[in-house]
Design a protein around this ligand. Structure first.
Ligand code: SF4
Length: 344
């Protein structure tokens, strides 16, 4: 499975963009007192119209926070959010609500986003009403949306608890489409489904993108699934994007030690790749975002960590093949970056 080819796009600015965005939360800490949870720091991310960016990383890396920042569901602590080429960082009230309609979020557990007392038809109807669709045309449009996601319109009369997990996720996608979005952020949309339903939903998303030109931010911890949908990949670790670039390049030749570890842990279906694969399994658990390690946040788990990694946060370096990477191993290697310049 591969993501659909990218349709030619006339716009010059990205559809959605985070420019050096941070999000910190003041939270209660174990043992009393308050602490600063650094959910996202220095995030630079772009999503082009009609394309998919796969945002990958372990649980607790800050992926969901990035999706909420990109959709302006939360206010950034610092940095800028641009949607459709416009700075919307300080947008509030009605103007923000109007804008949000074009940027939708689909959750891992669709049960949590549907009113359990409302039928699927009613939930989609509500989204169409918000878009000011005429009452007379809403039932036909609801049926059309259900068909678009592969559900028989009669299923719209059911309530969420009467649907299977795969059916309900399709209904959630139909409801997101009801408002005619330019971008849908999908937060682990297939994680709770069995393998066959995962493949069906991935196929559905790719088909909808080809037909409608909708862009996706696809959040997942499953790199096999990310490969099937993504044109670009951004790898997150503890609130930072440590590597990003074209999906093909990152899967073929990951640069950051964390990306290498994540990819080497992915089960290989191809026997040739399975036979040659060195496994660089990352040890231990991801540290707390309440007290991230100094210097490179990955240094406590990195097999290549050097003295500099404990003290200095690595700068983001652009490589010649369109990959950006934040790692001291590549300092001074731009633009014709190849092998690491130093190893422990
Ligand atoms: Fe590892 Fe150092 Fe690179 Fe961080 S900067 S990933 S610790 S080598």
């Amino acid at each position: 499975m591969t993501p659909p080819p990218i349709a030619p796009i006339s716009r010059s600015a990205p559809l959605a963009e985070l420019r050096h965005v941070a999000k910190h939360y003041r939270v209660s800490v174990p043992g009393g007192g308050r602490g600063n949870l650094r959910a996202a720091d220095g995030i630079d991310l772009q999503v082009g119209a009609g394309t998919t960016v796969g945002l990958v990383g372990e649980s607790g890396s800050g992926k969901s926070t990035v999706a909420r920042l990109l959709l302006r569901l939360v206010n950034p602590t610092s940095g800028q959010v641009h949607l459709d080429g416009r700075d919307v960082t300080d947008l509030r009230g009605k103007a923000l609500r109007r804008l949000r309609g074009r940027f939708q979020l689909v959750f891992q557990d669709p049960n949590s986003s549907f009113d359990p007392l409302a039928s699927i038809d009613d939930s989609i109807d509500e989204a169409l009403r918000a878009r000011r669709e005429a009452r007379a045309t809403r039932p036909a449009r609801t049926a059309e949306l259900l068909e678009m996601v592969g559900l028989e319109p009669r299923l719209g009369r059911r309530h969420p608890h009467e649907m299977s997990g795969g059916q309900l996720q399709r209904a959630a996608i139909a409801r997101a489409l009801a408002v005619g979005p330019s971008l849908i952020a999908l937060d682990e949309p297939v994680s709770s489904l069995d393998v066959s339903n995962q493949a069906l939903i991935v196929n559905l998303l790719n088909r909808l993108q080809s037909e409608l030109g909708v862009a996706y931010l696809f959040i997942t911890h499953d790199l096999n699934i990310a490969r099937d949908v993504s044109h670009r990949i951004a790898v997150m670790y503890l609130g930072r994007i440590v590597e990003s670039g074209p999906a093909e390049q990152i899967y073929a030749d990951p640069r950051h030690p964390y990306s290498q570890a994540l990819l080497s842990a992915v089960p290989q279906i191809d026997p040739a790749r399975r036979a040659t694969g060195d496994r660089a399994i990352v040890q231990g658990d991801i540290p707390s975002a309440l007290d991230p390690p100094s210097g490179c946040r990955f240094h406590t788990r990195c097999p290549h960590a050097m003295a500099i990694c404990h003290d200095q946060d690595p700068a983001v370096i652009e490589t010649s093949n369109g990959i950006t990477v934040a790692c001291h191993l590549y300092a001074g290697a731009s633009p014709s970056i190849g092998a690491p310049v130093a190893e422990h």
